[in-house]
Design a protein around this ligand. Structure first.
Ligand code: NIG
Ligand code: FE
Length: 387
């Protein structure tokens, strides 16, 4: 292993409260860090930095953990800009367009899907994302969902089986048979290709009871659970996620105080997706309300062609600050350690000793510039562990 000293860090955010200023952000000024190809080995004052095989002088720039995007639907074909334009003119989003992406995705070759999803993954990486979750869900046949998961596995290990995105068109008149397929033969085919199972539990998609059936089967097949819940209404998805011990319940556009109390006492993270509220012209949930209730919060892009065609984590953070009431630091934490918690990854989202050496060097003196300067302009370099 080659060691590398990152020196002259103007402001280092570690998200490790045992380091630096003693806050959750674990912040040091005038700092240095030593990494190898895999892990963080040392963090401390620049003046005490040990020697290393290589040196990267960041000349006073800020360093933060890499972003952990815990919710994307990257493997798809086609686009739905016409729906976006209609929504901006007043139309509402009901998930009805998912079928168009399913049709386009089924027609696409594996090569097209690979090229397209890698291009979107590269855009996310340029914005500072060093780990991303990727879901299936735009084919809805046994072999087709397996194909999407195989493509997802060429991008990440955080792969999610979402056969229960909507009822497949062939089953429109027999949704029970589709639920049986998703919880049966399709699950059996797909479980070896995924770590996670997810269900779109909402109006126009799957009911709480259907979602429970599917997720219980997925858990029995060895998958860990996450859930799309309460994007379109108060449908009970949050309580179901807590009941099943899901790692995360995502969207949470509509939540009750009871939902928040249940989340606060649970192992389930609430993942906010401000790109979805932006792109569907839905009301933003108050992130403040979640944090004040003691809920652990993540921010993710939800990158998909229908409800949130977003490939920038800094922009997701800016929306969370401006529209959801998070502080800049809370948004940074939610986009890093929050995402890691939503994926149950202790090694990600922080830069404590032993963490994965995934970090961002900013062309700015403070991490706040990630939100202050709108967009991805200040992310100068995205460093990912390679071993
Ligand atoms: O997370 N809500 C369900 N699924 C996606 C949107 C899918 C689509 O519209 O294509 C989401 O927002
Ligand atoms: Fe989603």
């Amino acid at each position: 292993m080659t060691t590398r000293l990152i020196r002259a860090i103007g402001e280092l955010t570690t998200n490790d409260p045992s380091l630096g200023d003693g806050t959750a952000m674990g912040r040091l000024t005038d700092a240095a860090m030593v990494v190898d190809e895999s892990r963080v080995l040392w963090v401390g004052p620049n003046s005490h930095a040990p020697e290393a095989d290589e040196v990267l002088d960041v000349a006073g720039g800020a360093v933060t953990p890499g972003f952990v995007d815990s919710h994307t639907h990257l493997v798809f074909a086609g686009e739905r800009s016409d729906e976006f334009e209609a929504r901006m003119a007043g139309a509402t989003y009901d998930g009805g367009g998912i079928g168009r992406t399913v049709a386009a995705t089924r027609r696409a070759s594996r090569e097209e899907l690979t090229t397209q999803s890698h291009a979107h993954a590269a855009a996310l990486r340029r914005s500072g994302v060093t780990t991303m979750e990727v879901k299936s869900g735009y084919d809805l046949t046994v072999e087709g969902e397996a194909r999407l998961l195989e493509v997802a596995n060429t991008i990440t290990t955080e792969v999610t089986y979402l056969g229960a995105h909507v009822v497949a068109p062939e089953f429109a008149r027999d949704r029970d048979a589709y639920v049986e397929l998703v919880a049966g033969a399709m699950l059996e085919r797909c479980a070896p290709l995924a770590r996670w199972a997810d269900v779109f539990c909402d109006r126009g998609a799957f009911s709480v009871d259907e979602s429970r059936t599917i997720l219980r089967a997925a858990s029995a097949a060895g998958l860990e659970l996450r859930l799309h819940g309460q994007q379109l209404g108060f449908t009970g998805g949050v309580a179901l996620a807590v009941e099943l011990g899901a790692a995360s319940v995502d969207h949470c556009t509509y939540v009750t105080d009871e939902d928040l109390a249940a989340l606060a006492g649970s192992s389930t993270v609430a993942t906010l997706l401000p790109g979805a509220e932006f792109s569907t012209r839905a009301p933003y949930p108050s992130g403040r309300r979640f944090l004040d209730a003691g809920v652990r919060v993540a921010i993710a892009t939800d990158c998909n062609p229908g409800s949130s065609y977003l490939t920038s984590m800094p922009l997701a953070m800016a929306l969370a600050v401006r529209e959801m009431g998070l502080s800049v630091d809370e948004a940074l934490y939610a986009a890093t350690r929050g995402g890691a918690m939503a994926l149950r990854r202790e090694d990600l989202g922080h830069l404590g000793v032993g963490a994965r050496a995934d970090f961002l060097v900013l062309d700015a003196p403070r991490a706040a510039h990630l939100v202050y300067r709108l967009g991805d302009a200040v992310v100068a370099s995205v460093e990912s562990a390679t071993a």
